[in-house]
Design a protein around this ligand. Structure first.
Ligand SMILES: C[S@@+](CC[C@H](N)C(=O)[O-])C[C@H]1O[C@@H](n2cnc3c(N)ncnc32)[C@H](O)[C@@H]1O
Length: 278
């Protein structure tokens, strides 16, 4: 965190915090003031704004909404990893996929719909795709679709490319790396790219989780991990209600390890920590 650059008064911080809360549901308490200042300092410099006030007015006046998207991009925290919280992928492999396959086999169906809500740079949806292909190739031959959405266009661009530095994939088993990644050459020397056959399962879209969800078809499984921590209780409760509606009966919801649905007044059945079922 750089300490140089323009200062952010309490009043200006409050204005930004209110805007970010209204537009993205993200809660920035007073402790985040220095983080916000540091993250916005370069935008202010590059945009040649005199101070935070002028930058704020510029965002408000921009009718295209592009400046708002850019602001939310720089505020959001995008930390993620391949197979983060591995218990969820083990649960998919051992329980969710076999159960669904058996059930659909009976009905002569072959449809799998998973949603990674708040997918960041793509590690989560690609880990889901790898798990599906390795543990239930049955669905790979049918209609398997992983929808991956995020608020930030910056992370979505990176996610869609599916190119990762070697240290991002170094902890994955060799067998997975060989099967699902291709070593980069030329400009991508030293990087790994998710293979087309694996990438093909994932569709990336921009979606703001505090807005009304646009889905017609229901999902069998929703991942929304380490996203709701930034939202206030009301927003969380509303979102969890929408997740319930967006799931097919018997569908699962996975949340982050530091999150819980307790006190949100929802209808899910608790299965085990961070795993819920409709
Ligand atoms: C910490 S990352 C979590 C990534 C991944 N789910 C994981 O657990 O590794 C949080 C993501 O939520 C996204 N996010 C924050 N507010 C959002 C909103 N209102 N709508 C959609 N995505 C949002 C951020 O852009 C960021 O990419």
């Amino acid at each position: 965190v750089s300490l140089s650059g323009p200062t952010l008064s309490e009043q200006d911080f409050k204005a930004f915090a209110r805007l970010v809360h209204d537009k993205a549901g993200i809660n920035l308490h007073e402790g985040k003031r220095e983080l916000v200042r540091a993250r916005l300092a370069s935008t202010i410099r590059e945009g040649q704004f005199r101070d935070f006030r002028e930058y704020y007015d510029h965002i408000i006046q921009d009718r295209s909404g592009d400046e708002l998207v850019k602001l939310l991009d720089s505020i959001s925290t995008n930390l993620t990893n391949f197979f983060r919280e591995p218990g969820h992928f083990a649960f998919m492999a051992k329980k969710f996929l076999p159960e669904l396959e058996a059930e659909q086999n009976k009905r002569g169906e072959n449809q799998l719909r998973i949603w990674s809500a708040g997918c960041s740079t793509g590690e989560e949806p690609y880990s889901i795709a790898i798990t599906v292909l390795d543990h239930a190739p049955y669905f790979g031959q049918g209609e398997a679709r992983i929808l991956a959405t995020d608020l930030s266009t910056r992370v979505l661009d990176k996610a869609a490319q599916g190119i990762y530095a070697a240290d991002r994939v170094s902890e994955m088993p060799r067998s997975i790396l060989q099967k699902h990644f291709r070593k980069g050459r030329g400009a991508w020397e030293g990087c790994y790219r998710v293979r087309e056959s694996t990438r093909g399962l994932v569709v990336f879209r921009r979606l703001n989780l505090i807005e009304k969800l646009p889905f017609k078809k229901r999902f069998n499984l929703i991942f929304c991990r380490n996203v709701m921590i930034y939202f206030d209780k009301e927003t969380q409760a509303r979102l969890v209600g929408s997740f319930y509606d967006a799931l097919a009966p018997g569908g699962y919801l996975f949340i982050g390890h530091s999150e819980s649905l307790t006190g949100l007044g929802q209808s899910f059945k608790y299965i085990q920590p961070t795993i819920y079922r409709k």
